[in-house]
Ligand binder design. Structure first.
Ligand code: SAH
Length: 220
């Protein structure tokens, strides 16, 4: 089933309303959501639920985040048009596409090869040429492209990965969920200063775990 233009417009209005009611009022960010068709990042079976403010299943047993959580995290990242951003856990590519509307350049890493491939194809189809997506272990970062102005991790680690903190520029910001994978985690905003790291807790979230190495997928 493909969505009609009216269903899409109506769905997008509902989504923006849901985002606003959760306190996401930054117009640049809301514009980024409006320009990014969430249904395009979902399998057919879930496309009619694309505009609901809920997480949904994607391939490889993973999930596309809840839009208001994408909004909250992106807002906390304080992305400006000059930023070079690293995303760890590209998944469907939805968050990468939102970041692409706000930043100069986006590098994203996904440990499931089929997801990385699919997300890359979506960036191409949407002509988002400032996003690069590779498969790999994102906890190691992307040393060739470091340092980054912003780092967003969309899978939960027990502690902020030190290699990622190393690849954050002084003055840079990292947002990530921290905590045990089977529990509610705490969303952290870390600012790297000349004197060290400033931590701020932003509230409880629930993400899939940050796992080591590239995943072994069937048919890979
Ligand atoms: N940002 C995604 C949501 C991703 S869910 C979206 O917008 O759709 C978290 C993703 O992190 C999953 O796809 C999972 O496979 C990936 N992941 C977990 N550990 C990882 C690691 N070490 N490196 C890269 N990706 C990882």
């Amino acid at each position: 089933m493909t969505l009609s233009a009216e269903a899409r417009a109506e769905g997008m209005m509902r989504l923006v309303f849901a985002l606003r009611s959760k306190g996401i009022t930054d117009q640049r960010l809301l514009d980024a959501f409006e320009k990014t068709p969430r249904e395009f990042f979902l399998d057919r079976a879930f496309q009619d639920r694309a505009f609901e403010d809920i997480p949904l299943p994607i391939a490889c047993g993973q999930t596309i985040s809840q839009p208001s959580v994408v909004g909250l995290m992106t807002h906390a990242l304080s992305v400006t048009p000059r930023c070079k951003v690293l995303e760890v856990g590209a998944g469907s590519g939805y968050q990468s596409a939102i970041l692409a509307r706000l930043a100069r350049r986006v590098y994203a890493i996904e440990r499931h090869r089929p997801l990385a491939r699919q997300a890359r194809a979506r960036m191409e189809a949407l002509a988002l040429s400032t996003v690069s997506i590779v498969s790999g272990d994102g906890a190691r970062g992307w040393p060739d492209q470091a340092p980054f102005d912003r780092i967003l991790v969309t899978a939960a680690a027990e502690d902020p990965p030190s290699l990622l903190l190393d690849q954050l520029r002084v003055g840079g910001i990292m947002v990530l969920p921290v905590g045990q994978s089977d529990e509610i985690q705490q969303l952290l905003r870390i600012v790297k200063t000349e004197h060290g790291l400033d931590y701020q807790e932003l509230g409880p979230v629930r993400f899939v775990p940050l796992l080591p190495d590239v995943a072994k997928d069937e048919g890979d």
